[in-house]
Write a protein that binds this ligand. Sequence first.
Ligand code: SF4
Ligand code: SF4
Length: 446
Amino acid sequence: MTAQVELALNTLEAQLNQPLETALEACARCGLCAEACHYYRAQPSVEHIPAFRAEQLRSVYRYERDFLSRLFPFWTGAKKLDEKTLLHLTEIAFSQCTLCRRCTINCPLGVDTPLLMRAVRAMTTAAGTAPEILVMLADAAIEKGADPSFFKELFLEQIREIEEQLRNITGDPNATIPVEKQGARVLYVPLAGVHTILPPAIVFNAAKEDWTLSIFEAANYGVFLGDVNRAKQVAKRIVDEANRLGVQEIVIAECGHAYASYRWDVPNWFPGQFHFKVRSMIEVLADYLREGRIQVDPNFITEPVTYHDSCNLARNSGLIEEPRFVLKHIVKDFREMTPNKAEALCCGGGGGLVALAEYTERRIQAGRPKAEQIQKTGARLVVAACENCRLQIGDLNERYGLNVHITALTDLVVRAMRLPKPLPGTEAEHLFEGQKEMVELDPPAH
Ligand code: SF4
Ligand code: SF4
C-alpha cells in the first residue's frame, strides 16, 4: 500500500461515525435520486446517478470492512483502494458533485450522498490529490489569520477609500465603515472585494446599525476540501475577532457555504466560545424592511425578475421566504423558477467548483438545467444571494445566451433606496454590467 493510499484510508477511518456509516450502508439502489441531480438531468448516464457516485466509496469501504469482500471482492463489488481509484474518487468528488443535497431530500431513505462526497474530499485532501488551488486558498486564509498585521494597513487604506464612496453615494458626510470597533453589536463578515462591503455598508448606515466590519473574509475553502481541521482554523479567525470585539451577532455576506458553515458547523467546532447569533445579509435586509429601518421604492423594477435559491441558503438553511419578502418590496413582476425553494435545482457552481478551472466545461454543462429554468421564466434580471451562484449563472448566461443580468440582493435593495448617487460598478464584471444596464432600464425618478 502506498503512503498516499494509506493516508486516504486512515482519513476515512477517522471520519467514521454514525451518520457516515449509515450513508455507507443504506442504499436500496432504487435510482430515484437520479432525476434529483442536475448532472444527471444535464446528461442522463449511469455515472451521473448520485448512488453510482456513492458506490465508488462504498466499494472501497466494503473491501476494508467486510471479510468476505476481501476474499471475494468480485462477489460483493468491493474494491481495494489504489492510486488510480484515488484519482477517480478525487475527480468524482470535486467535479461531479456540488454537495447540493437535492438527492438526499429526494431519496426515500434519506441517504446522505453529499456526506459521502465530503468524506471522499477529506480523504483526497489528506492524500494530496485534491485540487491544489483549494488547498492554497485555504492555507492562505489560515496564514492571514496568523499574522493580520501583514495586510491590515493596506486593508484599512482600502476601507477609507470605500468610505469616501459611501459618503458620496449617500450624501451623508458622517457615514462610516467602522473596523475593529470594540463593543459593536454586529460583526459583518464580507467576501473579498468592495462589492460585498460597500452595499452592506450603505444599508447598515441607513438603518443606523451599531456595526463593525471584519478584517477577514467569510469564504472558507477548508469547507470545500472536506478538511475539518483547515476549516476550523479559517473559521477561528472570525470567532476570535467576534470574541475580542465583544459583538452579539455575526452577519455573513451573501454567500451560501459561508452562511451554512457559520450557522450550523462553526458553533459546534467552538463549544463555549461561540455565543453569537448568526444571520445572513438577506435576513438582515428582510428585518430592516419589516422594522421600517430602510426605505425602498416599491416601483423600482418593472422588468421581470427571478430569484435563484442557493442550495446552502434555501435547502440547507431554510432561508426561503426572506429573499422573496425583500423582493416583494421592490419588484413588480416576480417570477418563480420551477422547481424552486427547497427543491430548487443547483446552478452547478457550488461546492467550490467555480474555483476549479480544470473542470469549467463540466460545470457549465451541468448548469444547463438551471439555464433552462431561468430562460423559461422570461426574466431579465436574476437575483442570487450567493457569490458562487452569481459567478456560475454569469457563465451560464454567456454560454446559453440567456440575455439576463445577474445581481446580488443587497445591491438591488441599495439601488431601490434611491440614494443621491447610484451604486457604481464593482470589480465583479458581470455584476457591474447587469447593474449599469439596470440603471438605464429604470432611471431614478429624481
Ligand atoms: S441513494 Fe436513495 S434514492 Fe438513490 S438509489 Fe440509494 S436509496 Fe435510492
Ligand atoms: S449532492 Fe447534488 S450534485 Fe451531489 S450527487 Fe446529490 S444531487 Fe448530485
